[in-house]
Design a protein around this ligand. Structure first.
Ligand code: BV8
Ligand code: ZN
Length: 252
């Protein structure tokens, strides 16, 4: 079923991109929805079963590492078979298409990389990386499920998911790089985020106030929809391939 959107919004979005040489994309859980990954908020959201303050905070982990690991181990098991959808694939192709292209994501999955994106800015870390609470060693670990929970480091220390929990600072270098890119970009494409989590969502405000044109791709209006000059109100897996087509017509 093709989502009916006003043709002029697709045309206008394509025209903005056709004229841009510095493009930035900011994604959230919605870009992975069509890969079968549950989003956080809204019906059937991931947080529904687990109020976020109970599982995605350092306090929750300190109080009950086993309960928090049960949540993350289950998410890793569910994520393991998931594959990129057409939205991830379009974004991976666009890294060659523009003179400057930066992709920043709030997602902790690796579907952008699996689709071929490189240098992805992971503002909230990665569910596929673990860090030792004792020796701080951090590494990629795809074991799913872990044979025993909570998993331990070779030093005997407790491992934690290398994600950013509520109340924790974002990785400074990653946030800084993303902020600079949002100040410089001519177009910011905001794909599949409710834009309620800060400081990540602040990227949209920084880009807009620096004069970028914001295009939102989301079936619903995000909290920052008012900053968008164009909204493509449909699923990213359908909207981005149509946008790629409309762009090709303008630049062939
Ligand atoms: C910090 C990683 C300070 C873990 C996540 C009041 C009280 C307490 C805290 C705060 C407060 N006010 C503000 C804060 C700060 C807090 C915050 O912003 N809270 C919000 C909720 C109010 N932020 C923090 O705590 C951050 N840290 O501020 O630290 C500090 C500074 C210095 C020193 C010490 C401390 C840390 C925030 C990071 C939290 N970690 N996740 C994990 O994943 O398990 S956040 C979590 O939400 C995910 O990362 C997710 O990426 C992020 C945002 O959610 P979305 O991606 O937008 O997903 P959502 O489900 O919300 O929306 C999906 C969208 O997709 C919808 O719009 C839907 O319409 C759309 N969609 C659906 N299908 C499709 C689609 N779109 C396109 N196509 C489709 N097919
Ligand atoms: Zn260790």
């Amino acid at each position: 079923m093709t989502t009916m959107i006003t043709l002029d919004s697709m045309t206008r979005a394509a025209e903005l991109l056709a004229r841009a040489s510095r493009v930035m994309v900011f994604t959230g859980a919605g870009v992975s929805a069509e890969s079968g990954v549950p989003t956080f908020r809204g019906a059937g959201g991931l947080w529904e079963g687990h109020p976020v303050e109970q599982v995605a905070t350092p306090e929750a982990f300190a109080a009950d590492p086993l309960m928090v690991w049960r949540f993350y181990d289950q998410r890793r098991v569910n994520l393991a078979p998931r594959r990129p959808n057409p939205a991830h694939q379009v974004l991976a192709r666009w890294q060659e298409r523009f003179a400057s292209f930066v992709l920043a994501t709030q997602n902790v999955d690796s579907l952008h990389e699996d689709a071929g994106s490189r240098g992805v800015l992971h503002l909230h870390g990665s569910i596929w990386r673990v860090r030792c609470c004792r020796c701080q060693e951090e590494r990629e670990d795809r074991t799913a499920p872990f044979p025993a929970l909570p998993p331990r480091c070779s030093c005997g220390g407790l491992l934690r998911p290398a994600v950013v929990w509520f109340g924790e600072p974002l990785p400074m270098d990653v946030l800084e790089t993303a902020m600079v890119a949002s100040e410089r970009c001519e177009v910011l494409l905001v794909v599949g985020t409710s834009a309620v989590v800060y400081p990540a969502a602040g990227l949209v405000e920084v880009a807009a106030s620096a004069g970028a044109s914001v295009i939102e791709v989301n079936p619903q209006a995000s909290a920052l929809a008012w900053l968008a000059s164009v909204a493509l109100r449909g699923p990213a897996g359908e909207m981005l391939p149509r946008l790629e087509e409309a762009l090709a017509e303008r630049t062939s």
